[in-house]
Design a protein around this ligand. Sequence first.
Ligand code: HPA
Length: 269
Amino acid sequence: MKKLEETAGFLQSQYSETPVVGIVLGSGLGSFIDEIDVEKEVAYGDIPNFPVSTVEGHKGKLVFGKLGGKTVVAMAGRFHFYEGYEAKEVVYPIRVMKLLGVQTVLLSNAAGGVNTSFRVGDIMIIKDHISFFTPNPLIGKNMSEFGPRFPDMSEPYNKQLIQKAKEIAAHHQFDIKEGVYTAVTGPTFETRAEYKLVHTLGGDVVGMSTVQEAIVANHAGMKVFAMSVVTDMGIREEENVITHEEVLEAAKHAEPKLAIIFKELVASI
Ligand code: HPA
């Protein structure tokens, strides 16, 4: 808790306003930052106790400013478990956001489709998740300053925000999917058998992020909204392989739709 407070205190010394919304941008989705009227940027490397992002496609800075009339803080680049960070490091920025005053968290990611009706480039509202393949970030002594030992998880993604996002998509006349995100550690993409397993378990997409952050945000009593961009199809007829480059490219392509949803959602909060 002391380290978290030190980090939050440092950030408050850099930016005096209270962000009410926190945004986490996934692989290939960092250009959303351009939507924000930036008032302050702080590189991860300059923030006390912050982990430092390494993976290609991540910019690694915290951005403070205005979006849709609200004060927001956005992470350009997140910390993944597969990079070697512990679960509690992955979620560190989410807890810092809570200490800064954030009440609602918007998460985004690139993910592989296992729902056979999905196509590359689709965007999907996450309505629920399966976290059994990744370490739960709340393992260890409970941080009771944030929330209870055994948090309820019956509605990890806020129903009102999901409804609002659907209305925004309908208004702009673009198709939006809704489904279950299954978290895996990566960094390997899944084998054909693993994609099938995820499908059998009830997953619609599979990805290497988001769920640990969503759990910690729920624990701390923040509202969560999350969206995936389908960047590749795991269950497929073709003999193709999946590459990080195609994931980034597909994410970049779908990013404008995600930007509209996030922007109008923030304005509506
Ligand atoms: N699997 C896991 N993570 C991913 C994928 C995938 O197919 N695509 C993008 N992130």
